[in-house]
Design a protein around this ligand. Sequence first.
Ligand SMILES: Nc1ncnc2c1ncn2[C@@H]1O[C@H](COP(=O)(O)OP(=O)(O)OP(=O)(O)O)[C@@H](O)[C@H]1O
Ligand SMILES: Cc1cn([C@H]2C[C@H](O)[C@@H](COP(=O)(O)O)O2)c(=O)[nH]c1=O
Length: 214
Amino acid sequence: MTHPHDPPGGRFITFEGPEGAGKTTQITHLTRHLDVAGVPHLLTREPGGTPLGTRVREVVLDPALHIDPLPEFLLYSASRAQLVQDVIGPALARGEVVVCDRYADSSLAYQGAGRGLDAGLLRSVTHAATGGLTPALTVLLDLDPRLGLERAAARGQPDRLEQADLGFHDRVRAGFLALAAGEPDRFLVLDATRPADDLARTIWDAVRARLALG
Ligand SMILES: Nc1ncnc2c1ncn2[C@@H]1O[C@H](COP(=O)(O)OP(=O)(O)OP(=O)(O)O)[C@@H](O)[C@H]1O
Ligand SMILES: Cc1cn([C@H]2C[C@H](O)[C@@H](COP(=O)(O)O)O2)c(=O)[nH]c1=O
């Protein structure tokens, strides 16, 4: 049940982490818990979740393309703006829990810490794209990128981001951890080498507590 004074992002949950950290696996567990508990929810992802986002995803992950850091960030931001406007905002307004696989923290970690774009620029464009919508809870699955990239490689050919060098992926991981250290109330940082079922229980406990789901 939502309250008229709940903040707009009060039921907004995001999952973040380096490549192959287990976001998809944990989101599947969480949505199953929400189903069983009868909590109305919407699952979406970035980039993606809208016709524009799906096209942006094809472009940004295409290993055949060279994309400079600024246009890369603007592409992710375009997908994000459309997703907030058309999907996330309306679902939150209906009182649903929204679970999103990656959101603005990925831009701060990948395009900021990873590519070296200015954090002030990233934050101001992100604010324009999202109207300042911030998650109530961000689950950060933390993992050494060497292990994450190995996990991802087992799935098939690496995409454009997965092909970047290890130095880039180490900076991304450090960027996520720095964001979490700066906002300890929003972030739940978990060791992604823990067994998947064990992580799923911890996440469900946190979601119930944070969203007062009972
Ligand atoms: N806790 C875990 N322990 C060991 N392996 C795991 C764990 N969680 C997920 N995996 C495996 O790691 C691989 C990547 O998992 P998953 O697709 O859930 O990650 P992801 O964060 O969504 O990846 P990406 O961001 O690269 O799409 C899969 O093969 C999955 O089975
Ligand atoms: C939202 C967002 C994502 N990225 C990167 C992170 C991943 O390498 C891909 C998305 O693929 P996944 O299978 O969904 O993890 O895009 C980014 O660099 N910046 C962003 O804002």
